[in-house]
Design a protein around this ligand. Structure first.
Ligand code: NAP
Length: 335
């Protein structure tokens, strides 16, 4: 058991779910610390029947802390994590900063759990849009070797944190009331709109969010040969990312085989009956730790293509649940 565990970014959208999961999954610990920015220091948060006071994130707070689960902005993770590791703390990090560092394993427990053993103090959890896609393509890759993926995302505003959720709520209310609203985190109004840019321009017209889906998938599968063409779009949905995914495999996989492969994959649930109007939607994925797959069909334009729709709670499996699962693997490996 880790004597002392810290949740860094405990007041944020992801941190809130991490706190909830540590309680509901009964993560074994003796002491817990909640850390955030100076703005939140002194706030009191209930955890397992106790009131915990949020502390300001400072290096000294990690003395005696064995494990930290962190969800802060990238630049915060860049600065504090080496200081925490120096003090003997293992950090499971949700930010994008460390994911592509060759010394840092990037882990989805259903796919590459063994990678946690190679850590040197930091283990990264992937971007939310990557996690649900790799979970979905893993069984197809194992069965028929995935050659090419074309993916379009429909990403919820909670993916941009507490401020993103606030923007959707307040922007929608203002629009309906015919009032002005100054958006905090989106470059255009998200109410009644879609924004086909998440992150900054990164490579050949692709955004940083899109390139994360490419680089992170290659790292998780340890296979750079998978060709990926992503388009990431912010949509006015409160929570849960949806993805339209087209996969081309070396060996043909039929719809029936795909349904069986998806159903056998831990973490995936098939919801697929167009006749009965059954398919995953953000409102059905919200609050679930599982990734939902539906609309499974043959690609009409290529012989080995398979198209499907995938929905996952970005705050849970896309972030907090994956990080807590990694922490549970670490915990088991210490027994
Ligand atoms: N939202 C998602 O779906 C999702 C999915 C995967 C990964 N991630 C990643 O997870 C991280 C957190 O995302 P989020 O959505 O939870 O964001 P968020 O709601 O904005 O929360 C950010 C957290 O970081 C803390 N923080 C900010 N600046 C800080 C500083 N200078 N020092 C210490 N703490 C600081 C905040 O504390 P205060 O409350 O005190 O400001 C808050 O607890 C980001 O790197 C994001 O890319 C998010």
């Amino acid at each position: 058991m880790f004597d002392s565990v810290a949740v860094v970014g405990a007041t944020g959208a992801v941190g809130t779910i991490i706190r909830e999961l540590l309680q509901s999954r009964r993560f074994p610990l003796r002491e817990i610390k909640f850390l955030a920015s100076r703005r939140s220091a002194g706030k009191r948060i209930r955890f397992a029947g106790e009131e915990i006071t949020v502390e300001e994130l400072r290096a000294e707070v990690f003395e005696g802390v064995g494990l930290a689960i962190s969800s802060t902005p990238d630049e915060v993770a860049r600065d504090f994590i080496p200081q925490a590791v120096e003090r003997g703390c293992v950090v499971v990090d949700e930010s994008g900063y460390w994911r592509m560092d060759p010394k840092v394993p990037l882990v989805v427990p259903e796919i590459n759990p063994e990678a946690i053993h190679d850590h040197q103090g930091i283990i990264a959890s992937p971007n939310c849009s990557t996690t649900q896609m790799v979970l979905a393509i893993k069984p197809l890759h194992d069965a028929g070797r995935v050659r090419r993926v074309v993916v379009s995302t429909y990403q919820a505003t909670s993916g941009a944190g507490v401020a993103g959720s606030r923007d959707l709520e307040k922007g929608t209310a203002a629009k309906l009331a015919g009032e002005e609203y100054s958006y905090e985190c989106f470059p255009y109004p998200i109410a009644f709109n879609c924004i086909p840019q998440i992150g900054s321009h990164k490579h050949k017209g692709y955004t940083s969010e899109e390139m994360k889906m490419v680089y992170e998938t290659h790292k998780i599968f340890d296979d750079d040969s998978i060709q990926i063409c992503p388009t990431c779009v912010r949509v006015p949905v409160a929570n849960c990312h949806s993805e339209s995914i087209l996969v081309e495999t070396e060996k043909k996989i039929t719809v029936e085989q795909a349904r069986e492969l998806f159903a056998a994959m831990p973490g995936l649930v098939v919801v697929d009956n167009i006749e009965e109007k059954l398919y995953p939607m953000p409102i059905t994925g919200d609050g679930s730790d599982e990734t939902l797959i539906g609309r499974i069909r043959e690609d009409l334009s290529s012989p080995n293509g398979l198209a499907f729709w995938c929905v996952s709670d970005n705050l849970r499996k896309g972030a907090a649940t994956n990080a807590v699962q990694i922490a549970e693997l670490l915990q088991e490996s210490r027994r």
